[in-house]
Design a binder for this molecule. Structure first.
Ligand SMILES: [Zn+2]
Ligand SMILES: [Zn+2]
Length: 281
């Protein structure tokens, strides 16, 4: 099996381009056997009027999003298309999110921390705040929220679990201590960790999570999923050759697949010369 791409956005979220069919067709061109859409959940923690249409789909679009994936399955029988969603973790709003997630038969829910104390720290519009913030404190707060998110039991997979490195600002503290503690919590909470290649497209210049973090996950028996975080059709499967290198280097031989929020571990194809990764990605 080739690596699945479980983190695909669409134009519905307001900051990606391309309809769902274009993403599926790109996946077919690459020879992928399984993909999953994971568009941003409506900004459930804000009042309707305060929601930014460029950050997530409006609540009235969610039913269409789910229905369109159902139709795609009929149109493209040669590829497995999963119904996922990327949901922000906002402390204090757990029940509100739980009620939204219960409405549909999602295959998996990606849990993301994009906000630390109300600051959208991964949004280029607010990057100037890094000039005055204490990076050690930011990393400490970020990883604490990621652990809380895992413990909330709202999510199946922790997406881009060190997103805080996105713009390349590094703290002085010992990151491995944060990685080890967070990986232990992932294991206890029974969540997977996502290998997300979007980190290669931003100043951080490396996959999420960092290799030391992924090794800690491996040592604690945390399963992995793979995703490109595509916001353009041609980003589907983006740099999956690097994801494959990382997986094999760290010693993972299986990836997790999801169906109706049930996890199945499956061997992925490690021999690139036979599966055609080279040249495809
Ligand atoms: Zn995200
Ligand atoms: Zn995403």
């Amino acid at each position: 099996m080739l690596l699945p791409d479980y983190h695909i956005h669409t134009a519905r979220c307001g900051h990606a381009s391309g309809g769902m069919k274009e993403y599926v067709e790109q996946a077919l061109t690459l020879g992928l056997k399984e993909i999953g859409f994971a568009d941003h959940v409506p900004m459930y923690w804000l009042a309707e009027g305060d929601r930014d249409p460029e950050l997530a789909m409006p609540e009235c679009d969610l039913a269409d999003y789910v229905a369109e994936i159902g139709k795609l399955r009929g149109l493209y029988p040669d590829i497995t298309i999963r119904l996922g969603i990327e949901a922000d973790y906002i402390p204090g709003y757990e029940e509100k999110l739980r009620r939204i997630l219960e409405r549909y038969r999602f295959d998996y829910v990606l849990g993301s921390v994009h906000y630390v104390d109300g600051w959208g720290f991964d949004n280029p519009a607010y990057i100037q705040r890094y000039e005055t913030c204490d990076l050690d404190e930011l990393y400490f707060r970020y990883f604490k929220l990621v652990r809380q998110a895992a413990q909330s039991r709202l999510f199946d997979i922790m997406a881009h679990p060190d997103l805080v490195k996105k713009f390349g600002f590094k703290p002085r503290c010992n990151l491995q201590v944060l990685y080890d503690e967070t990986a232990r919590v992932f294991a206890e909470a029974g969540v997977c960790v996502e290998i997300n290649t979007a980190g290669l497209r931003v100043p951080a210049g490396e996959i999420y999570p960092a290799e030391g973090f992924l090794r800690a996950c491996r040592n604690n028996g945390v399963p992995v999923t793979t995703g490109s975080d595509a916001h353009l059709p041609n980003q589907v499967g983006h740099q999956f050759d690097s994801a494959l290198d990382l997986l094999t280097r760290v010693g993972y031989i299986k990836v997790a697949l999801f169906n109706a929020r049930k996890k199945i571990l499956q061997n992925y194809e490690q021999n690139r010369s036979r599966n055609g990764y080279t040249g495809c990605f």
